[in-house]
Ligand binder design. Sequence first.
Ligand code: PEP
Ligand code: MN
Length: 305
Amino acid sequence: MKDISQADIQNNIPLVTRKDIDREVKAGDVIIGGKELTIMAGPCTVESKNHIFETAKAVKDAGANMLRGGVFKPLTFPYGDPLGQPDADSDEPPADRMKILSKYELFKAAEKRFAYYKEAGEKYGLPVISEIIYAESIEMMSKYVDMFQIGYRHMFNMDLIEALSKTDKPILIKRHYGESLRSLLGVAEHFEARGKHNFAFCERGVTVPHTHNVDSRAVLDIQAIPAFKEYAPSVPVIIDPSHSTFKRSYVSAMSRAAIAAGADGLLIEVHPDPEHAWIDPLQAINFSNFQQLMKSIKAIHEIIR
Ligand code: PEP
Ligand code: MN
């Protein structure tokens, strides 16, 4: 893997590495990378209307300022798509999780969940972020979300880069766990070169050959925080302590470490009943753990800012 060289900075990533840019990354009325931490908290996936309203209230009460929630989920295996659950009004557990949906059915089910998601965000004053997978969903999603997330699997997706460059909404770009900082800066430069500047980076762990957590694919790269700040000082850095650890009992400690290391915020999975989360049940934290965590990260942020 190549390090970032002076020649790279001059020829390959001159725009994203500029020091003289006043980059404003704003989702709704939340400024990301400003004086306040940006805490994007919520479930892996929007399970039902009640589920997202209950979670939005809890994270808002604890001090989060944005709501996270996936609707289009990039699943490792094809059979667990929450959009296969026909009705977002129902609180029943998913009946048929083996269903493969057509694009039409997928978008229809997604739009219903996005509508509840937006409603929950508006009710509690939380701008919402959600992952985009299909470039053709951009128009529909734009009606509902305040910020787009590019998941690690889509970091290099040129259709998404093209489509998202044309929106005014901000983007959170996740680094793939097997990709270098240099590669992520390259993706950011693709946006910059198209005139799109309001994006933030998300660090969600890197692959290591062996880790004590056998379930995990990744280990949180805390060192990426000062490295991003060194190379691209104007780009906010958000840490995802949930997908990087894959383990609930590590999430609070890694969140505190991230804030202490200078991260601008967190993208964190919180669920009313984490063990029964439809997706990623091993890593979500419950409301009371999130409340405690918010107290400690605010205290840490006070000390270092
Ligand atoms: C997510 O944040 O919902 C997600 C799926 O993340 P990642 O792309 O990091 O797996
Ligand atoms: Mn998840």
